[in-house]
Design a protein around this ligand. Sequence first.
Ligand code: PXP
Length: 241
Amino acid sequence: MIELGVNIDHVATLREARKGVDPDVLEAAKLCEMAGAHQITAHLRQDRRHVQDQDIELLSELLEVRLNFEMAAVPEIIAVAHRIRPYQVCLVPESREEITTEGGLDVASDIEHLRAVTADMHSHDIQVSLFIDPDPRQVDAAVAVGADCVELHTGPYANAHGDEAMAVALQQLQDCGRYVIDAGLTLNAGHGLNVHNLEPVARIPGLHEVNIGHAIISRSIFIGLDNAVKEILDVLDRCAA
Ligand code: PXP
């Protein structure tokens, strides 16, 4: 079965709206875990707009499932990864102006730096995933860097307007997915996925993991967090059958 990483950033977004303690990020993560999520994903941004350092510390100490630590490859956050030792880091580009992660990491333009960061993470027993656009050039660069996995950016597919544009974006994901598997990397996907658009992505051969945040947290307002997680797991189950 394809594994589900639930991104809990937007539980923290809601808490930070009042700078208080509710809703509790750890409690939300535990609920996701109990509902069957295979991993929890959290992005400690440099501007700390949602997840805070203490959230990451608590998640790393108290989760039963894996922690996928999304991060920019910058010294300050690398030091946090050294301290908390997540199962996996997912390296993402980050700019202060963006509302959410906008494009994939340009691995091909930053090979030496990312190779050093990857080797450093490996020396701390941390697996490395790179969030990239579905572009074979970036896959080749991920291999050159020594990454374990790539997470294909599904945002352009999720945000495509009309069936034709969506089909083109899906084809790109399918073609690149095959390229990733042939290159010997683990294939993950994420961004903008929800209960309506997930199935075609989940049917990409060899897909290992999807990371889903905004749609699950949004849906939880109406049906509860455990049901929102289970709804996605049901889609993944159906695709595995
Ligand atoms: N994967 C990566 C690398 C991301 O940056 C994000 C957004 O933080 C997600 C997955 C989840 O995207 P969404 O919140 O749109 O489901």
